[in-house]
Design a protein around this ligand. Structure first.
Ligand code: ADP
Ligand code: MG
Length: 241
């Protein structure tokens, strides 16, 4: 579903943020990306839907070359769901309107069809009663579930998550992780940047560990947690587990 091959990126000539990164995510696979702050996790995940350009290497999503794509980018982005740390909902739009916008503008769905789909996905994340509210009236956990629903209404072929629970109060983390666990169980292809190792142990197939712009480990979950090969991953795990 996603292949990342020999990808390098510089933010400026002196600073290489991604160093020859290669990995792949199969259809239905859940891959957790972890590593120290500043190691390039957000940058890597953003390259998958071309939110960040790369200077070398190739990224393919569902057989399409993202690195060279131009006019089809909005369509591709609509099919690659992305959930950020800070929700990024439109504050001046009601929840249901937040969920309809992309459907009508990018996918050309009618208002009625978009609304029906929006309500279906709100039900799925347990927020039907909040459809007519504004984002500011919801808790952080609820807003993040809205953000997930907003990605799902677009019928994504895969989902990217960038630290979806890091901005949440502890008591709200599980309500968001529960939705993600359900998605994973239903076979959604997912690439998830997170430090929630409980989530990784429960649903990940593979774990990627990054440090200083490099993919240092790319291992089956059992191998990663059982016996990480690199010192850097061992140190990282000893700090967060
Ligand atoms: P992580 O998500 O693992 O914390 P990031 O991908 O956000 O890492 O950042 C990796 C490095 O790139 C950091 O040193 C960060 O300061 C730098 N960086 C991120 N975004 C930009 C940008 N737009 N311009 C310049 N440097 C950036
Ligand atoms: Mg980040």
């Amino acid at each position: 579903m996603i292949t990342i091959e020999k990808v390098s990126k510089w933010y400026n000539p002196q600073f290489q943020v991604l160093k020859n990164c290669t990995t792949a995510v199969e259809k239905g696979e859940v891959v957790v990306v972890c590593g120290p702050s500043g190691s390039g996790k957000s940058t890597l995940i953003k390259t998958v839907n071309a939110l960040e350009p790369v200077q070398a290497g190739t990224i393919m999503v569902d057989g399409l070359n993202v690195t060279t794509m131009k006019k089809d980018l909005p369509k591709l982005r609509s099919r690659v769901g992305m959930v950020f740390q800070h929700f990024e909902l439109f504050p001046h739009l009601k929840i249901v309107e937040n969920l309809c916008l992309g459907q009508t503008i990018v996918l050309g769905r009618s208002e009625d069809a978009a609304k029906a789909k929006a309500m279906k996905m709100l039900e799925r994340v347990g927020l039907t009663a909040h459809a007519q509210k504004y984002p500011g009236q919801l808790s952080g956990g609820q807003q993040q579930r809205v953000a997930i629903a907003r990605a799902l209404v677009m019928d994504p072929i895969c989902m990217l998550f960038d630290e979806p629970t890091s901005a949440l109060d502890p008591e709200m983390i599980n309500e968001v992780l529960d939705v993600m666990v359900e998605l994973a169980k239903e076979g959604m292809t997912m690439m998830v940047v997170t430090h929630e190792m409980g989530f990784a142990k429960k649903v990940a197939n593979r774990v990627i560990f990054m440090d200083a712009g490099e993919i240092v480990e790319d291992a089956q979950k059992e191998d990663f947690f059982g016996h990480p090969r690199s010192d850097r991953a061992q140190q990282f795990l000893s700090k967060i587990l």
